[in-house]
Write a protein that binds this ligand. Structure first.
Ligand code: SF4
Length: 365
């Protein structure tokens, strides 16, 4: 790989990338401060290409957001509602079954399940939900609950973290989606989501989950009040945990959408920042295999472009996204398999449908 860099500050970083050397905190900050986006993108693309060649992944999945009632009421969240609000909802086990049955003839390979912290739900609700889904959808992986929900469920059940995860696993839990840390910074936590678990507990829960043999993803919510240094520290903290556990499958940068939140004065992230964040994630997170361009957050067109800025995965068909659309996302609520494959193929790459564990379901056609 020979990358032409216009920004002289990137010369040493390009050399490190070429030689497979790990990037430091100051390298990552330099990348963020540089406006040489094309050089950063080409570095990230060379790393992606060495791992995956022309392949780009997606999954046929369905989102289930079982309740929007949440005790935490984080100020960046447009989704959560107080109990009793007109917009509050909680699906019964039968309603969840109905939504899955409506799509039962589709080749869904993953159910992505997250929701608010609703005091009215019992621990049995969660195990019953998992058991019911496993029974009616035995061929789909159940990827459910953030570390925030696992912490809450541990409190609800009275079990230790390990026992909570093992009971959920027994009921059908196969993987976790990885959100909830937002940006691991005490300052951001105390300002935006003081009632939610902080960095140390998020890491403790995630490490405990990895130790039980379940993989998770990891995310970073960026584009609100965080600094560049806080973003970089977040990435390096994930990289350190991955060195210890190897339990992260994918990293998903989540661009902040402010509509209908208490932070609605904050403008949307730019394409420049979105692409740079994806590329830097690919370069810094050298031990996390997959980097996703989550099309719901950044739009289909930019997600497709991100496949040349370090991303190897477009996430999924999704079917009915609720959380980001409540915050004003203008992307589609779901995409067909045909649309996902068209996005990848028209970028000159080979679409590969995968399951939650990155086993190929359908190779490039
Ligand atoms: S981000 Fe999660 S924990 Fe915070 S209010 Fe929204 S649903 Fe609740």
């Amino acid at each position: 790989m020979d990358i032409t860099v216009k920004d002289p500050l990137l010369t040493d970083i390009a050399k490190k990338v070429r030689e497979g050397e790990r990037l430091s905190l100051s390298d990552a900050v330099t990348l963020y401060r540089s406006s040489d986006l094309i050089a950063i993108g080409r570095m990230a693309d060379s790393v992606r290409k060495a791992k995956y060649g022309n392949k780009a992944y997606y999954v046929y999945n369905q989102h289930i957001n079982y309740t929007n009632v949440c005790t935490n009421m984080c100020s960046f969240c447009a989704y959560a509602e107080e109990e009793g609000s007109k917009k509050a909802y909680t699906w019964s086990i039968d309603e969840i079954r109905k939504r899955i049955m409506e799509r039962i003839d589709e080749p869904v390979k993953e159910l992505h399940i997250v929701g608010g912290l609703n005091r009215n739900l019992t621990f049995d609700y969660f195990t019953d939900m998992l058991k019911m889904i496993r029974e009616i959808r035995p061929d789909a992986a159940i990827k459910a609950f953030t570390a925030v929900e696992i912490d809450y469920l541990s409190g609800l059940s009275g079990f230790s973290l390990e026992k909570t995860v093992s009971v959920l696993k027994e009921a059908g839990l196969m993987m976790m989606p990885g959100g909830g840390a937002e940006v691991m910074s005490d300052r951001v936590h105390d300002t935006l989501f003081p009632k939610k678990i902080g960095k140390d507990r998020w890491l403790e829960v995630t490490e405990a989950v990895h130790r039980t043999g379940l993989n998770t993803n990891a995310t970073m919510l960026y584009g609100h009040i965080e600094t560049i240094e806080e973003r970089v520290n977040h990435l390096l903290t994930l990289r350190d945990l991955q060195d210890r556990t190897g339990g992260f499958s994918a990293f998903i940068p989540l661009s902040f959408h402010s509509k209908n939140t208490k932070l609605s004065h904050i403008p949307a992230t730019t394409a420049f920042d979105d692409l740079k964040t994806i590329a830097i994630a690919r370069l810094v997170l050298d031990n996390i295999p997959h980097i996703k361009a989550y099309w719901v957050m950044i739009g289909e067109k930019l997600a497709q472009t991100a496949l040349f800025f370090g991303a190897d995965d477009l996430d999924g068909t999704i079917i009915e996204e609720r959380i980001t659309h409540t915050a004003g996302a203008t992307s589609a609520k779901g995409l067909s398999r045909k649309s996902m494959e068209h996005m990848i193929r028209s970028a000159g790459l080979e679409p590969v449908e995968r399951d939650s564990f990155y086993n190929e379901v359908r190779g490039a056609a």
